[in-house]
Write a protein that binds this ligand. Structure first.
Ligand code: MSP
Length: 518
């Protein structure tokens, strides 16, 4: 095998009960940006997304749509693929839990757990929330005035009583705690890590891992009356996709354990308690990290179908531009915190940071080059301290940004880039190349060259977040497709003085409110 470093990043697999919305797009966007970043940084990347198609919730949605569950999941799963294409996501694989490869992997995991003595047959009597596909203890529930019981997530629970296989989760508490202690970055952000640790310290109950009252799921090997609990089935997707149970396969050897499972805060417990316990019990190494991000609200309100305020990412991108939306979602909130979507906040960032700060910088510089340098990359002379300071700031960005990205801190990565964008704008104002045109044309060329070089750095580093727009900007700088990886950042002479440049065109339009006439 080559010694190229690898990076395996996964999204949760999405329930096919519903149309994709901003929450789904957000989780996958974060992974897409990491995948693109790592590819540009020289890694061999595997980026997985897909759909979660079994269980009661999906079966009920199929029934409500009057469709056979397989036909229903085929249809809804396609909507998620379409969204991924529309959002320009660069996943390498799209997994569906109804695929044969996955059924095979689930059954193999089950057998491993059984062989390890971690499964026993009993009866389950307790509360279940179909919306969360989760079991809850009586002490976790609250009662509404009309006597309904509600889980902490807000989902209504129902009483379930049926024969069930159990996983001996209670035996794994200490091993899980030892794992968290030994791997302080296993759960990020830290607040989530603390939350999980206190949950585990509180003691774990054995977990019901099979159902008998419906049959839309993977059959338990050797006992057809049972189907596997949908979360055991769903979590297994992360190893199915790298070839499990064929642990000798190239994919598996290369990419497992995964570097990162990206999840929303609502599904943290499944990924940081159940999943590593299943894996350890099956003799499989746990993933290296689980990062839980926050939730979006819409203009201050919880997003819900009943409130009718669900945000469709396609509408957003059609209104503001896809890369503008990608930028906004990752810049607006410290990644990990909850965030609020508002039209005003979107327009402020789009007009302020994209159109004014970055767009004007590129447009000013490229049009001065077009007009005053014959449309060719300018030729630099000796560099002043001011020139060197800007080039150093641009040159130092990669290691800074890399550090932020390695902790999934997209907002601080972008902030660091924008510090240099602002510095470049300050430099333009100070150096006033438009004045130098007559006074000192050679110096003007140096200044414009320094700026072009700074913009090259900025555009290369912004590619993961805004791939389409940055590709246009790099075209206008005459940077070839093969010179856009991070290794080319440090190459002196990446811009060839005298090379012809295409006609510059603005890449960041301003959002102009339409006159309503009101
Ligand atoms: N099927 C499970 C995951 C199984 S992974 C082995 C599931 N699916 S989901 O479709 O309900 O949600 C997927 C992701 O969307 C979660 O990470 C969730 O946090 C995210 N979001 C759903 N609504 C959201 C917001 N309003 N804001 C941000 N993300 C949210 O859970």
């Amino acid at each position: 095998m080559s010694d190229q470093p690898t990076y395996y990043v996964t999204t949760p697999i999405y329930y096919v009960n519903d149309a994709p919305h901003i929450g789904h797009a957000y989780t996958t966007l974060a992974c897409d940006v990491l995948a693109r970043f790592k590819r540009l940084d020289g890694y061999d990347v595997r980026f997985l997304t897909g759909t979660d198609e079994h269980g009661q919730k999906v079966e009920k949605s199929a029934q409500a749509a009057g469709m056979d569950p397989q036909a229903f999941t085929d249809k809804v799963s396609q909507n998620f693929r379409d969204l991924a294409d529309f959002m320009n996501f660069s996943h390498d694989d799209f997994i569906r839990t109804t695929e044969d490869r996955h059924v095979k992997a689930c059954q193999a995991v089950w057998k491993k757990l059984e062989e390890a003595g971690d499964i026993y047959l009993d009866n389950y009597g307790g509360w279940y929330a179909v919306r969360d596909e989760a079991f809850y203890g009586e002490d976790e529930l609250t009662k509404t005035r009309d006597g309904k019981r509600i889980a902490p997530s807000g989902a209504e629970v129902e009483w379930v009583e049926e024969p069930s296989y159990f996983f001996k989760l209670s035996a794994w508490g200490d091993k899980l705690l030892a794992h968290y202690e030994k791997n302080p970055d296993f759960i990020l952000p830290d607040s989530r890590r603390n939350e999980v640790m206190s949950f585990v310290k509180g003691g774990l109950n054995d977990l019901s891992i099979s159902r008998t009252t419906f049959n839309w799921g993977v059959k338990v090997p050797g006992d057809d009356a049972h189907i596997m609990y949908v979360w055991l089935d769903a979590l297994t997707n992360y190893i199915t996709a790298v070839g499990y149970p064929d642990t000798d396969s190239d994919l598996y050897k290369k990419y497992w354990p995964a570097d990162l499972h990206m999840v929303g805060k609502d599904i943290l417990r499944f990924h940081t308690v159940y999943w590593p316990a299943f894996l350890m019990a099956a003799g499989i190494e746990p993933p290296k990290r689980v990062f839980a991000h926050g939730w979006w609200t819409n203009e201050g309100q919880k997003i819900s179908k009943s409130l009718g305020n669900v945000i469709d990412p396609v509408d957003l991108a059609n209104k503001y531009g896809l890369d503008q939306v990608r930028y906004f979602l990752l810049r607006e909130v410290p990644f990990g915190n909850d965030g609020d979507f508002s039209h005003q906040a979107m327009v402020n960032r789009m007009n302020g940071e994209l159109a004014n700060d970055f767009g004007n910088l590129a447009q000013r510089v490229l049009s001065m080059i077009a007009k005053n340098c014959n449309g060719q990359v300018p030729t630099p002379g000796d560099l002043s301290d001011d020139d060197k300071a800007l080039l150093d700031a641009a040159g130092g960005l990669l290691s800074d940004v890399r550090g932020h990205m390695d902790r999934q801190a997209f907002h601080t990565a972008l902030e660091a880039i924008w510090t240099v964008i602002r510095a470049a704008n300050g430099y333009v104002d100070r150096q006033a190349p438009w004045k130098l045109r007559k006074e000192d044309p050679a110096r003007m060329e140096t200044v414009l060259y320094v700026l072009a070089e700074a913009i090259r750095h900025l555009a290369i580093l912004c590619q993961p977040v805004m791939p389409e727009t940055m590709s246009k900007m790099l075209d206008q700088l005459g940077v070839g497709e093969d010179a856009r990886g991070f290794e080319s950042l440090g190459e002196a002479g990446a811009l060839t003085p005298g090379a012809d440049l295409p006609k510059p065109e603005g890449v960041f339009p301003r959002f102009v409110e339409e006159e309503t006439g009101a």
